[in-house]
Design a protein around this ligand. Structure first.
Ligand code: FDM
Ligand code: MG
Length: 212
């Protein structure tokens, strides 16, 4: 029998440009939380393991071509197909550290010129993060970091547009962490933000939905 009063986990989202350090920081964060006795899991979007995720992956590696709105909706569908599992995990006390979420969805698609409200619409009703951390790095600095992997969006000119779109989406609730600091400093700041967030959720902060 599970304890019905068990507190929920936190939904933590890391956003940022390609090469901003999100993925390494996400895994470090999960290890840190587990070390603190906080049950946590690493998630990422796109989740390339599902059928939808495989279509996305083929698009990103340029082995398939898709219309801009079509791929936008696939990215969104990839979050919808994980929504109920996400909710179950959170309600059973798992903290989820998520590498990209709806903000990537909106920033990358609106960077192509799609209307921002149109981009947000399919995200409405997904679980809202308890905190969004933006790893801030200039597109130029990111590009200097050992180069991109060669996927569709990994080009300086496009990343500049994405940065502009992120700054439009950005609201006061976001925690902005300077991604150019030494890794250990970024790590420390993230730990603080996330521990505070986990505490709030344990105290009963309600799970909300997008777009809020
Ligand atoms: N991306 C990611 C989108 O365009 N929309 C989305 O909804 C998400 C989650 O996919 F360029 C883009 C961002 C990035 C690419 O992401 C693959 P990873 O983090 O490199 O796997
Ligand atoms: Mg990438």
């Amino acid at each position: 029998e599970g304890n019905k009063m068990e507190s929920r986990g936190a939904l933590v989202v890391l956003e940022g440009l390609d090469r901003s350090g999100k993925s390494s920081q996400c895994s470090r964060l999960v290890s840190f939380l587990e070390g603190q006795g906080i049950s946590a899991e690493l998630w990422r979007f796109p989740d390339r393991t599902t059928n939808v995720g495989q279509m996305i992956s083929a698009y990103l590696s340029n082995t398939s071509q898709l219309d801009d709105r079509t791929i936008h909706l696939l990215f969104s569908a990839n979050r919808w197909e994980k929504r109920s599992l996400m909710e179950t995990k959170l309600k059973t006390g798992k903290t989820l550290i998520v590498d990209r979420y709806s903000y990537s969805g909106v920033a990358f698609s609106s960077a192509k010129g799609l209307d921002i409200e149109w981009c947000k619409a399919p995200e409405i009703g997904l679980l809202a993060p308890d905190v969004v951390v933006y790893l801030d790095i200039s597109p130029e600095k990111a590009a200097e970091r050992g180069g991109y992997g060669g996927e569709r969006y990994e080009k300086l000119e496009f990343q500049k547009k994405v940065a502009d779109c992120y700054s439009v989406l950005h609201d006061v609730s976001w925690k902005v962490v300077d991604g150019c600091q030494p890794m250990e400093d970024v790590e420390k700041q993230l730990q603080e933000v996330v521990l505070d967030c986990v505490t709030e959720c344990r105290k009963g902060k309600l799970l909300a939905t997008l777009w809020s």
